[in-house]
Design a protein around this ligand. Structure first.
Ligand code: AMP
Ligand code: MG
Length: 317
């Protein structure tokens, strides 16, 4: 695997690898993506294989502008409103798919397509240089911890991908909010940094967050067990004991091993640190023969809803 620098030459080189059906991990503002030319059956097949992702679980198609998105999907009023308000940014919008060169495998043969225009400039320059949409799930093995830093992508995928663009740590740290606008009443399939309240105020009405009923799978990738470390996670633990591995929220208790997601109880900071810290504590747990990781309770307002969604799924065995 080649590590590519984040500069003009590097983006050109990465786009060339994508052109010849290679797979490139690249930064976005949410998490690292595992990119393939969305027009290439060969490249998209590689992505599913590398991730060991079931082919019924569609990929997000990344574009560099709203105009480009409209070539691949039919934007109704809600989708249009959301795209104009939150793009480029951490929001994925599901719309009816238009007939195009995006291979059917990338959208799991559905009649809908998940589109996102990322704000990360490296990601958008890469799409621009390729001059085609990039199909990209998160850069990790299916069901395992998401990677939000180049180091974690390297550690988990070094032997299976062609290249990695080093763009530093992801700014936000959680996967995009996913809103399904292809149905009569739009609903939120995955919570993220753009909160339920923000979506509601943008649309002017209250929409259903379907991710709360996690047993009822609406999105193909919405399995209850997801984002899993090797270690067992025990949630809502506010009184850790000596010898525990503890992921805290607020000041970290003295003489307890572990890390705090945020000293100042800042939910955005906690979101940004969540996966990086879970990778670190997972390694600590393995070194100790599998000690579980205890996690403090996290408030569920704002982006806390998305943090708790990830933790709940990560704790499922
Ligand atoms: P990831 O690939 O890890 O970023 O996850 C993408 C999420 O978007 C998964 O939960 C997918 O199942 C979901 N998704 C992608 N395309 C569609 C679609 N057309 N309809 C419903 N969910 C989708
Ligand atoms: Mg993922």
């Amino acid at each position: 695997m080649k590590i590519i620098k984040n500069n003009f030459k590097g983006i050109k080189e990465a786009a060339e690898i994508l052109t010849v059906n290679g797979v490139v991990a690249f930064p976005t503002e949410t998490v690292y993506g595992l990119g393939a030319n969305a027009f290439s059956q060969e490249a998209v097949t590689k992505v599913y294989k590398i991730k060991r992702r079931p082919t019924y679980n569609p990929l997000i198609i990344h574009v560099s502008s709203y105009q480009m998105a409209r070539e691949y999907g039919v934007f109704n009023e809600s989708a249009d409103e959301l795209a104009r308000t939150y793009w480029p940014g951490p929001l994925t919008i599901i719309v009816k798919k238009k007939k195009s060169n995006v291979v059917d495998l990338a959208t799991a043969k559905l009649e809908t397509i998940a589109l996102r225009c990322p704000s990360n400039i490296i990601a958008r320059n890469l799409i621009g240089e390729l001059d085609k949409p990039i199909a990209a799930p998160s850069a990790n093995k299916s069901g395992k911890l998401t990677c939000t830093s180049p180091g974690d992508v390297f550690a988990k995928l070094e032997n299976s991908i062609d290249a990695l663009i080093d763009g530093g740590d992801a700014e936000l740290g959680l996967e995009s909010t996913v809103v399904d606008c292809s149905v009569q009443s739009p609903c939120i399939l995955r919570p993220g940094n753009i909160t339920v309240d923000q979506i509601n105020s943008c649309l002017g009405y209250v929409i259903a967050p379907s991710f709360q009923t996690v047993k009822q799978v609406k999105s193909p990738g919405q399995q209850l067990k997801h984002y899993s470390p090797d270690a067992k996670l025990i949630l809502n633990q506010n009184k850790p004991n000596k010898g525990d591995i503890f992921l805290s929220f607020g000041p970290h208790p003295k003489e307890i091993d572990g890390l705090t997601l945020t000293e100042s109880e800042n939910l955005e900071e906690a979101a940004k640190n969540l996966f990086t810290f879970l990778h670190i504590l997972d390694r600590l747990s393995q070194a100790r023969g599998g000690t579980p990781i205890k996690v403090a309770s996290i408030p569920s307002n704002g982006v806390g809803a998305a943090i708790n969604d990830r933790l709940l799924r990560a704790s499922e065995k």
